[in-house]
Write a protein of this length. Structure first.
Length: 242
């Protein structure tokens, strides 16, 4: 019993920090960190791993302290987020998260667009009318630039009873999450779409193409895609937009 207590007193810190290092370094192969962070933040992840190595080295050579209730509480506090990280690997925000974070269709008013929006609008007017893959959040940010054009978009499916009763039983929400830093601050970008088969379940990844329009509903333009074609697709390598 005393031997176990002495081993815990000497090695619990480097073992716990080593577990964190193993879990975080495991996000690098296959770019698994994209399930949590912006792509460019991999630099911060690598720097964090280097700092963690320094803490591990320091903990190995630190003076042992008694493993009491206070130390056990610290271990528990550090293990809980580590367990959550391990369970969250390979998962992405889905329709359940969308329902919790969605605040309704974004309002599109007639105010003057900022300069960068005006430039975007000019670029769109010069493009051809053929199908093109458009990031979904572009349709929310610059909807007037794409109105009347035939486009293609990839998103996740959500069936909302209120949307269906207001716009038609075959109308769904197509959405993706946009992140500034990490998934904790992710907000959904969404458009309405029809032409999706009724038996496709929630959170299905969909590639839909058709004519994009702004439908007037209660004097509010609503981004709407009349899907001429739709197919189920695998989850994108980068499931979030930036």
């Amino acid at each position: 019993m005393n031997l176990m207590r002495d081993l815990l007193a000497r090695y619990w810190r480097p073992l716990l920090l080593g577990a964190w290092f193993y879990a975080l370094s495991g996000l690098l192969p296959g770019r698994a960190y994209l399930d949590f962070l912006r792509p460019e933040f991999v630099v911060l992840l690598v720097l964090g791993l280097l700092v963690l190595l320094g803490f591990i080295f320091s903990a190995i050579h630190a003076r042992p302290q008694p493993f009491d209730l206070d130390q056990a509480t610290r271990v528990l506090i550090l293990i809980l987020p580590l367990a959550c990280l391990c369970m969250a690997r390979g998962t992405t925000l889905d329709a359940n998260a969308f329902q919790r974070r969605w605040t309704g269709m974004a309002e599109i008013n007639g105010r003057n667009m900022p300069l960068q929006d005006a430039v975007m609008n000019e670029e769109m007017s010069d493009a051809s009318g053929s199908d093109e893959d458009v990031p979904l959040h572009y349709l929310c940010r610059w909807p007037k630039a794409y109105a009347g054009r035939t486009i293609a978009v990839v998103g996740m499916l959500h069936r909302n009873p209120k949307i269906a009763s207001q716009f038609g039983t075959n109308t769904c929400v197509l959405f993706r999450f946009v992140i500034n830093c990490c998934v904790a601050d992710a907000v959904p970008a969404a458009i309405l779409v029809d032409g999706i088969p009724a038996d496709w379940p929630e959170s299905t990844w969909v590639h839909a193409s058709g004519r994009f329009a702004l439908r007037n509903e209660n004097d509010r333009p609503i981004p709407f895609l009349n899907a001429a074609q739709a197919s189920r697709v695998p989850k994108p390598q980068q499931p979030y937009l930036y």
